[in-house]
Design a protein around this ligand. Sequence first.
Ligand SMILES: [Zn+2]
Length: 411
Amino acid sequence: MSEAAAAVQPIDPSAIQEMIEALAHFGAWGETGVSRLVYTPEWEAAQDRVAAWCAEAGLEVERDAVGNVWGWLRGSEPGRAIVTGSHIDTQKPGGRFDGALGVVAGLAAVRAVRERHGTPRRTLCEEEASRFARTNFWGSRAATGMIAPTEADRMRASDGPTMAEIMRDVGLDPERIPDAARDDLGAFVELHIEQGPLLEAAGLAVGIVETITGYRQYWLELRGSANHAGTTPMDLRRDPMAGAAEIVSGVIDTAQRMGRPAVTTVGRMTVEPNGRAVVPERVGFTVDARHPDPAALATLLARHEGRWTEVAERRGLGLSVRVDSDRPPRPCDPDLVETLAASAAEAGLPAMRMTSGAVHDAMQFATVCPVAMLFVRSRGGVSHSPEEYTSPEDAAAGVEILARALARLAT
Ligand SMILES: [Zn+2]
């Protein structure tokens, strides 16, 4: 070990914990939960806190046209920035760690790089791009220029204001959304809680993501004939519930037989007229199917689509299928993955290679620059819930790897 390496101050777990707890006050929900939706007063307060921390750390603070916070540590050489960060908005309610840990970790890592190495050669940046808006990834899609000009006017909660109105309420101008698009991003590395059980099962604090899963989300509607549940013989029915039951069990079974990491979920269903003694007229439901391998994803989707076409035809049911979102798998940049692996080895922290079954901001940034992700163990694999928990020691292990990786890239 060189003298410089021997002098490295380890990342302090209690400092990470204090920042997580400080953010958890904004939108606190019960004992351990947080409910902090984008553009609410609690979100603004949390943004202000992050901006203040960045300023205290000597970073140059920028807030862009959609409210993303960027904290810049200018390098001694020109060129695109190495960026780290995540989101501070939450599910309703969510926990303290989803997103927030990546923001806190990014700040701690950038600070550590400067303490250990002084001014970096390349510019480093810590960013916050809130994502759980009415459509996903609002902040990172704005930063990568992927929000359509009319989107803020079209997006609306069922009976609420439009995104444009919500933005105006917090002093942002929706006309300026295109100004948030950047061309100065050279790489994006996101630290995030795993939100799954694999690290815990492996007894490891940290994982390195090789691929972020691809997925397609459908809304299916089956139409038959509503009729009396007592007087209509089984052989004379066109029952969309019978078709839905076959399709639902079929797609779930298909993913199960394909094996890990294939996953298919039916999470929402509506029935009309929704009566106890009525054969339904319509049954609608979601299908969410994911796989990180492009060929396997295509196979999974083809089997699902074949299944519902066959069932609807055989049962004489009307079928309509809408694709609500469709994203191919995004491999992380191989060089960045190796940088993270080398940093973990250097820090003496074992880290497993894994795929991400959840989608993340990094997936959006992958359209404009190389990306990579670090996962930190989630207790019980729980996330998007007040129960989510990551220990300060595990978080500090992730920050240590992130700081070393940023140093390798920027100094
Ligand atoms: Zn998240």
